[in-house]
Design a protein around this ligand. Sequence first.
Ligand code: NDP
Length: 450
Amino acid sequence: MFSLINPANQSFLSEHQYITDETTQNKISISGKAYVNWRPETIYKRLNFIKSLIFELTKNQHLLAKSCTQEMGKPIKQSLSEIDKCKLLCEYYLQNAEKFLQSNKISTNGSESFVVYEPLGVILGVMPWNFPYWQVFRFAIPAIIAGNTVVVKHASNVAGCAQLIEKLFIDAGFPEGVYQNLLIAGKQVKAVIDNPLIKGVSVTGSEKAGTEVASAAAAQVKKAVLELGGSNALIVLSDANLDEAMPAIINARFQNTGQSCIAAKRYLVHKDIYDNFLERFTKGISALKMGDPMDEQTTLGPLARTDLAQEVQKQVDDSVAMGAKIVLGGKRNDAFYDATVLTNVTPDMPIFKEEVFGPAVPVVPFDTFEEAVKLSNSTDFGLGVSIFTADVAFIKSKIHLFEEGAVFINDLVKSDPALPFGGVKRSGFGRELAENGLKEFVNVKTVFIK
Ligand code: NDP
């Protein structure tokens, strides 16, 4: 038995019990049976269910948003937007999935050659709490449209959201077993992966969870997609238009109270504009409103759990002990952590070299562009980078220098259903969203006729 606690006020929300390994295996069998019938369905039939799902998302938007805000502290307006984004994703695949899954003719020395995209079977998703709906949708929707069935092990601290997602699929009329929630602990995941019906796994979460799940998948020769941490740099060149860019620059770190893998976590600012930047940046951040996440005016909520806030506090305090200076914030109150800005930061400090999953950011000056690139790449992660400049042509010629899954120019790194999403280095491998995401869990079958 475990309890969910509202991080904003530490009040009790609900009590849950992990299902047993036996129940888990029974549920996987149900998904396996569902696959037999789901696989031959036409794409039109599958997409019709997606249309009903959009309807359910709209109908339940406020209920879903409230559950998310209560369980993990996301400001309510951002929770509502998260549901909008799930709808956008469904609509994107409604428009494009048929085209993406069409067979491709290939010219060879045979009389006919082509490739077809077939589903694999039951796919497991291990999902995090930071975007409780969006993360699940961007894994499950393409996998299901491609003809797979899915089981989802969601983060324990959003167990209520996880149940609501399963209910959405049931209410949308999906056949039993196409989508199932598995209320299990992390240590029960290996037995799921070992089940022969499971053909692949997608994990979004910490490096630790990702490596454990990927190792279990590798031992069974099963495909894994890993979306792990990030420590994106945000680079501001001396010619950047700060007036225009500042809202995106602030949002890049502080949306979702800093708990995003693609958040900008290390700000690198050209020395000629450093002081001016710091003044405007801290002024902008001071306008953020921390408080009750159910209040529509709130822009900064608590972190999802008190232990996560304590971790951010430790990373800041350890950096201060090494010589960093706090110019804004730096205090914790239960799960709430101030919007915090640090200067005098060197690359060996935790605030720079580790992933910081909360509203704290170092601002580091640089002199030459080469130095900015070097600092940007000096991390084990490789999810994305944002560069703000007036000289787009110059940056376009330098994109190859960045060891990242994404380069965003004059905007924050963000996910878009139409753009592939994923990282390199220790941020993981594989891609979600777009055509790439739809084809992660398919058998790319080659046909050759002499
Ligand atoms: P975790 O990585 O522990 O949780 C993510 C998911 O993985 C949850 O469903 C969790 O289940 C599950 N999980 C954890 N350990 C295992 C395991 N050994 N085998 C299988 N599944 C497992 O993240 P935390 O909640 O502990 O957050 C810690 C840090 O992870 C954050 O501070 C942040 O740095 C990073 N993180 C990154 C995210 C991203 O978007 N890239 C998202 C969330 C966290 P359960 O909840 O039951 O433990």
